[in-house]
Design a protein around this ligand. Structure first.
Ligand SMILES: [Zn+2]
Length: 306
């Protein structure tokens, strides 16, 4: 079992990671390609080139390709329309992999679903009966474990709470809706808010807003305060509806450390106070940081004994 190999593909709004994942969930030969492209098939070409290079290094046959993608995704036709990759609308990603690499077994899950799956199997969520896995990055998404199993939902988009509205008169979101959690709480939207408030930084990276906040910049601090509160409200709405006991949070923004986690935990505690039964709600950082998405994607095709 342990020498079985899969190709894992983690599609995000900033980069797409591709790698071999083995039966012990070890990740090798990882290549990242940028997600920005002016044409959908140009982006696919980059992925195909990286995949060819990675597969040439595999020392045994691949059992399948597991894709985890930013949403929305459509597993039945095998297409993806990631909000933050505008050149891909109903893009036939599963068919592209099948046709070009002649591998039948190709699975498609949401990226946050992949993270939740990986964290539940070998990360911060081991043993949790009901768990919400969350990615806070260029976008915001979730993945759900119910009764120890990955729950996919009707269309494969369960826990799409980044685009749940927390203010119907609020900010416009890239998805077209008003007041989405993501419109306030994603990395790029916290950067935009810091600039609106008066932050003098020229960077478009949340890493730099977090650094400014650490050195006491009031505008950066306020942007993180607002973004983390928006996320907390969205999270508590969700876990309060389903009575979920554990939230595991990963993604680039969540790696900013205390300057982000302290206000986030404060707001989650404050919001969950209103639900008595969430008193013991556990909130953990993801353990698998950089490779969780790849491992979770590969779990779609790797059969690992529990
Ligand atoms: Zn939205």
């Amino acid at each position: 079992m342990s020498n079985r190999l899969a190709l894992g593909v983690d599609v995000g709004g900033t980069k797409i990671a591709i790698a071999l994942v083995d039966g012990k969930l070890g990740v090798t030969e990882r290549i990242d390609v940028p997600s920005f492209a002016t044409d959908g098939f140009e982006l696919w070409g980059r992925i195909a080139d990286a995949t060819t290079e990675i597969l040439s290094k595999a020392d045994s046959e691949i059992v399948g390709i597991g894709i985890g993608s930013a949403g929305p995704i459509y597993p039945t036709p095998g297409t993806v329309s990631p909000v933050n990759i505008p050149v891909w609308r109903d893009f036939p990603l599963v068919k592209c992999f099948r046709d070009v690499f002649q591998i039948d077994r190709v699975t498609l899950h949401g990226d946050a679903m992949a993270l939740a799956h990986a964290e539940h199997r070998i990360g911060a969520g081991i043993g949790s009966r009901n768990m919400l896995g969350v990615v806070v990055s260029t976008g915001i998404g979730g993945g759900l474990i119910l009764d120890h199993e990955l729950f996919e939902g009707e269309s494969g988009n369960t826990s799409y709470f980044g685009h749940s509205s927390i203010d119907f008169q609020g900010k416009n979101c890239a998805c077209g809706r008003t007041g989405c959690v993501e419109a306030y709480a994603s990395g790029p939207n916290m950067v935009a808010l810091a600039k609106e408030l008066g932050w003098q930084g020229t960077s478009d990276s949340f890493i730099d807003v977090a650094a400014a906040a650490r050195s006491g910049d009031v505008f950066a601090l306020q942007a993180i305060e607002t973004g983390s509160k928006a996320l907390a409200v969205g999270l508590v709405n969700f876990v309060g509806s389903l009575d979920i006991g554990h939230i595991v949070i990963g993604g680039g923004v969540a790696q900013a450390g205390d300057v982000y986690w302290a206000p986030l935990l404060k707001h989650i505690r404050a919001e969950s106070e209103y639900y008595g039964f969430l008193r013991d709600l556990k909130v953990s950082p993801a353990k698998l940081t950089t490779d969780a998405g790849l491992i979770g994607a590969a779990l779609g095709v790797l059969e690992i004994p529990k």
